[in-house]
Write a protein that binds this ligand. Structure first.
Ligand code: HEC
Length: 130
């Protein structure tokens, strides 16, 4: 699994919330929360969710009370934030709910209520144009 993660071929160097980072992926299989995290989030937020500081600022998701309400991470994943690209158009509703549930129940976070695909669908707007 780890090898695949490192070979996604996506360069994050130029990513920001005004850039769209990939093709629409509704055609492929649905990834679990852990798979989404490993494929799309780990590169910036690190395997253990501790983020990174130095060349850039990637906030820790570990022990992060901003994840207390699922709506916040859903919003961030859909729309991007600062240096983080958006995933609207790249991840399915189920996948965004799954990864949000994943980060809210791992890395020292213990938020037990579950986000559902429907919660994401409500917040999802049209995919922004390039
Ligand atoms: C290109 C690097 C990058 C990727 C990939 C990325 N993020 Fe982020 N993320 C960031 C940056 C940078 C911020 C901080 C933005 C700011 O505050 O200006 C951030 C912020 C966040 C926040 C808000 C944290 C807080 O304390 O406010 C959440 C939640 C989050 N990311 C989740 C995710 C998830 C889930 C994924 C995978 C679907 C992901 N990120 C992928 C760079 C990234």
């Amino acid at each position: 699994m780890a090898a695949g993660i490192l070979c996604t071929g996506i360069s994050w160097a130029d990513a920001d919330s005004t850039s769209h980072i990939g093709p629409d992926t509704d055609m492929r299989e649905t990834y679990s929360g852990a798979e989404v995290y490993q494929r799309y989030c780990l590169a910036c937020h690190m395997e253990d969710g501790t983020g990174a500081q130095g060349a850039g600022y990637f906030p820790a998701l570990a022990e992060n009370n901003k994840l207390a309400a699922a709506g916040y991470p859903i919003f961030v994943v859909l729309n991007g934030l600062g240096g983080m690209p958006w995933f609207n158009g790249m991840l399915q509703d189920e996948e965004i709910a799954a990864v949000v549930n994943y980060i809210r129940s791992n890395f020292g976070n213990n938020f037990t209520d579950q986000a559902a695909a429907q919660d994401v669908a409500i917040m999802r707007g049209p995919v922004p144009k390039e």
